[in-house]
Design a protein around this ligand. Structure first.
Ligand code: NAP
Length: 246
């Protein structure tokens, strides 16, 4: 994809899927700005990407804090005179069965995974509407499509992202802005690395492609959806899951 002179914000871009999204975007010649809370990981990613001459910056931004997001987005728009791409990737999981789920873990997961998407989307759309151009890609999950034991908070947030994506696509299409969701399956990142080997084997056996996904396989689709070439796709939810949720 050619994303020359395009400016992208990637939330949670310090590690995992977000880091691979940043890498693919800079390889397509976009300028990338990471919004992430984990300074240690985003500093490493910035160094790594600068070493391959990628144009990248990172700011410590908590997507749950609306004023913080607004301030950071205003700074970016003032400095670069626009914003073309927003990838809402920051997310967390706090799993437990409903009966044991603490209210604070319900709130936290909804706050980061869903309200965080609203906050960033709200902060960029005025500028994208004025430009009559924008690409917004929201990272949902197959768990938002089909639910999962022990993930009521996470699945509610990820399903919420799908509703938000479709409404935003309907509202913003007339301004040349596309809004899509990507629903990864089981992907090899820090988020999934704590699972027991036996659980991983059981999950893998249920995936038609019989393997866990790689972060770069999600990033390839995100990069396509962020490109001009994907301009006639909006309001879509696309799975990258090895066939797991079909
Ligand atoms: P990850 O490795 O945990 O990376 C997520 C990044 O987001 C981390 O750097 C994290 O910082 C940051 N972050 C957390 N809360 C934030 C906040 N409030 N504001 C800004 N940044 C924040 O996760 P991942 O596995 O790459 O997942 C990326 C996205 O894909 C998430 O939305 C996730 O739900 C989704 N997804 C993942 C999988 C999977 O199998 N991995 C499957 C489906 C969907 P900390 O390290 O400090 O938390």
């Amino acid at each position: 994809m050619n994303l020359k002179n395009r400016l992208a914000i990637v939330t949670g871009g310090g590690q995992g899927i977000g880091k691979e999204i940043c890498l693919k975007l800079v390889r397509s010649e976009a300028k990338v700005i990471i919004f992430d809370v984990n300074e240690e990981s985003f500093n490493k990613t910035v160094e790594e990407i600068k070493a391959i001459e990628g144009k990248i910056l990172a700011f410590k931004v908590d997507v749950t804090k609306y004023e913080e997001v607004k301030k950071a987005v205003s700074y970016v728009i003032d400095k670069y005179k626009g914003i073309d791409i927003l990838v809402n990737n920051a997310g967390i999981a706090r799993d437990s069965l409903l009966l044991r789920m603490k209210k604070e873990n319900w709130d936290k997961v909804l706050d980061v995974n869903l309200t965080g998407v609203f906050n960033c989307l709200k902060a960029v759309i005025r500028c994208m509407m004025k430009q009559r151009y924008g690409r917004i890609v929201n990272i949902s999950s197959i768990i938002g499509l089909r639910g999962n034991i022990g993930q009521a908070n996470y699945s509610a947030a990820k399903a919420g992202i799908i509703g938000l994506t479709k409404s935003a696509a309907r509202e913003l299409g007339r301004y040349g802005i596309s809004v899509n969701a990507v629903a990864p399956g089981f992907i090899d990142t820090a988020m999934t690395s704590q699972l027991d080997k036996e659980i991983v084997e059981k999950i893998t056996s249920q995936i038609p492609l019989l393997r866990i996904g790689k972060p770069e396989e999600v990033a390839s689709l995100v990069t396509y959806l962020a490109s001009e070439e994907a301009g006639y796709i909006t309001g879509e939810v696309i799975r990258v899951d090895g066939g797991m949720a079909m």
